[in-house]
Write a protein that binds this ligand. Structure first.
Ligand SMILES: [Zn+2]
Length: 165
C-alpha cells in the first residue's frame, strides 16, 4: 500500500493590456494577459500550491517569493518542475491533478488538451493523470466582468517507496 496525500490550490490574477496570456504553460491568443511578478500563469500556480499543500511543504510564495529578480517574468513551468523535484526529494510523486480555470473570456476548450499535455510532461506523468476544466463566472463579480482569471486545483500525490506495514 502506497502512502497518499491530497492538497488544494487556488489563485487569481488580474487581466491587463500588454501582457501575454499563459495558462498551464501554453500561450493563449487573447488581447490581454495576466499581471504578476512571474508569467502570472494562474493555473500552474494553483497546481503548484495543490502539490506543495499535499506534501505539507508550504505555499508558492514561500518557495518563490514575488519581488525576487530570479522569478521576474519566469515561466511558471520552471517553477512547477522545481516543485516536482522538491516533492521527489521528499519521497513523493504526482498521482493525479484536477483543476478548473474560471475565465469569462477567452474560450479555452480548444487549448485544454495542449495544456494537459504540457503540464503532464513537466510533471512526468501521463496526460490521463492531468484533468483541466474550463468554467466561467456566468457574468458575476470581478471574474464575470473579465477583470481577472481564477483557478482551483486539487492534487493527489503518492509515496515513491512502498510503505512499511
Ligand atoms: Zn499566481
Amino acid at each position: 500500500m502506497k502512502k497518499m496525500r491530497i492538497g488544494i490550490g487556488y489563485d487569481v490574477h488580474p487581466l491587463e493590456a500588454g501582457r501575454k496570456l499563459v495558462l498551464g504553460g501554453v500561450e493563449i491568443p487573447f488581447g490581454k494577459g495576466l499581471g504578476g511578478w512571474s508569467d502570472a500563469d494562474v493555473l500552474t500556480h494553483a497546481i503548484i500550491d495543490a502539490l506543495l499543500g499535499a506534501a505539507a511543504l508550504g505555499d508558492i510564495g514561500r518557495h518563490f517569493p514575488p519581488g525576487e529578480a530570479e522569478f521576474k517574468d519566469i515561466s511558471s513551468l520552471v517553477l512547477l518542475e522545481r516543485v516536482r523535484n522538491t516533492l521527489k526529494d521528499n519521497g513523493w510523486r504526482t498521482g493525479n491533478i484536477d483543476a478548473t480555470v474560471i475565465a469569462e473570456q477567452p474560450r479555452l476548450s480548444e487549448h485544454i488538451d495542449r495544456i494537459r499535455e504540457t503540464l503532464g510532461k513537466t510533471l512526468g506523468v501521463a496526460i490521463g493523470q492531468v484533468s483541466i476544466k474550463a468554467s466561467t463566472a456566468n457574468g458575476l463579480g470581478s471574474i464575470g466582468r473579465g477583470e481577472g482569471i481564477a483557478a482551483f486545483a486539487v492534487a493527489l500525490i503518492e509515496g515513491i517507496k512502498e510503505q512499511e506495514q
